[in-house]
Design a binder for this molecule. Structure first.
Ligand code: ZN
Length: 117
């Protein structure tokens, strides 16, 4: 009566090839354009910060204060993602001025109080 249950009991080493924090943020230009078009339409072609109309990037137009840019509402440094919910249309002037400030901090620097919203 010696029932010996010897199963193949190999210890699993749980060290899989995971945990490589390789960030793949290379968006295709088609994807980028689609994203841009969607946000441009949603925000009515105006900067969400100053309300001025912005103009889409065009051939030969790379720098202009009213050039349309996509601004991360939650900065990427704070974990904000490049998704439409976290992006807003902003003119280049505002985007530059904001830098990596949080949206709240940036609005505070503008001192625009009481304009509904
Ligand atoms: Zn602006």
């Amino acid at each position: 009566m010696g029932a010996v249950a010897a199963g193949p009991d190999r210890p699993r080493s749980g060290a899989g090839p995971r945990g490589r924090g390789r960030e793949r943020s290379a968006m295709t230009s088609a994807h980028r354009q689609a994203l841009f078009a969607a946000i441009f339409a949603r925000d009515g072609g105006r900067c969400v910060h100053c309300g001025r109309p912005v103009r889409p990037r065009a051939r030969g137009l790379h720098r202009a204060p009213d050039l349309a840019t996509l601004d991360h509402l939650t900065p990427r440094s704070a974990g904000g993602r490049t998704v439409i919910e976290n992006l807003a249309l902003a003119c280049q002037a505002c985007n530059n001025a904001r830098g990596s400030l949080s949206l709240e901090a940036f609005r505070a620097t503008r001192g625009r109080a009481g304009e509904g919203g």
